[in-house]
Design a protein around this ligand. Structure first.
Ligand code: CUA
Length: 339
């Protein structure tokens, strides 16, 4: 229950089609439960009173059974419950399948704040600006403990875990500011780990993007990191060491040395940076060093954005990345071991 203009609002506001459908599911499921349970309790009370000790009533045994009635009261509730099972399952599946054209936003949780970074490089804390009427997909990770991303008005909640990406998508259909909560106890200031999702109509959203603009987009930041951490030394076109090329790899299956394959998604890229031995690409030596402890979660997501942006052909051009050369070269600690 929340209070609005001094009045108590019993039902929380809804801001997406999904939220409306989830509410319908809960309401109708409650109705079904009431239909199944209320007659039992009414019967219980009626029999208890009618046949109470000492009451002058007919206690002779009655006809013993009616198979049609018995089959009916098993089959009908079973089918009705099954209907709700399929309805709920379809909602659940849809919640886990973001449309391919969804806007990709990264969310990094830490004690005790929500950080977001947008494809254009815009970053914000405890606030998430999104366009109305457009699917938005969040890729989330925690820098410390388990948090949970919860927007009551959207009826979506997803744990945000350390060391693993989780995702969530939604499409808001009404402009407004919606409460963002952490729904997993995460330490002293858990209750203050709040924020808001600001849903703006297309034009206002565009204006916000421009206002919050930074000189570098997310993929460009990632490209800088890619160079400054020395990744480009091996994964670049003219590297001294043979390492897998990364152009066009994102979103595709990668054959591994152990005979398996792995989908090149955000998780794969992160694993490759922090735990390079986990997935060794077929035909390559396991010589990549780990960057564990040297790189932040938001930086990894920037590199993910960069690798996602790489297309075939881009690397065949002279050096399209030339301008980013200005980024200072951080000497990686493993560089001395190389020939
Ligand atoms: Cu973060 Cu509770």
């Amino acid at each position: 229950m929340e209070s609005v203009n001094g009045l108590v609002r019993f039902w929380p506001e809804t801001a997406s089609a999904y939220a409306g459908e989830l509410d319908s599911l809960l309401i109708w499921f409650s109705v079904l439960l009431a239909v199944l349970v209320v007659p039992v309790f009414i019967g219980l009370a009626w029999f208890a009173i009618h046949y109470r000790a000492g009451a002058d009533v007919d206690r002779r045994p009655r006809a013993s059974g009616n198979w049609k009635l018995e089959v009916g009261w098993m089959v009908v509730p079973f089918l009705l419950s099954l209907f709700f099972f399929f309805w709920a399952a379809s909602l659940y599946v849809r919640l886990n399948e973001p449309p391919a054209d969804a806007l990709q936003i990264d969310v990094i949780a830490k004690q005790w704040m929500w950080k977001a970074q947008h494809p254009g490089g815009q970053r914000e804390i405890d606030r998430l600006h999104v366009p109305v009427g457009e699917p938005v997909r969040l890729t989330m990770i925690s820098q410390d403990v388990i948090h949970s991303f919860y927007v009551p008005a959207l009826r979506v909640k997803q744990d945000v875990l350390p060391d693993r990406y989780t995702s969530l998508w939604f499409e808001i259909d009404r402009p407004g500011r919606y409460a963002l909560r952490c729904a997993e106890y995460c330490g002293t200031a858990h209750s203050r780990m709040t924020g808001e999702v600001v849903a703006l109509p297309a034009e206002a959203y565009q204006a916000w993007l421009e206002r919050a603009e930074t000189p570098l987009g997310l993929a460009e930041r990632g490209e800088r990191l890619f160079r400054s951490f020395g990744c480009s030394g091996c994964h670049g076109a003219a590297g001294p060491v043979r390492a897998p090329r990364l152009e066009g790899v994102f979103g595709r299956p990668v054959p591994l040395a152990d005979g398996g394959t792995v989908l090149a998604d955000a998780r794969y890229v992160r694993d490759s940076i922090l735990f390079p031995r986990r997935h060794v690409v077929a035909g390559f030596e396991p010589i990549m060093p780990s960057f564990r402890g040297q790189i932040e979660e938001d930086e990894i997501l920037q590199i993910v954005a960069y690798i996602r942006s790489l297309r075939w052909g881009a690397a065949d051009e002279p050096t399209p990345l030339g301008e980013a050369e200005a980024a200072p070269e951080r000497t990686p600690p493993w560089a001395e071991d190389l020939p």
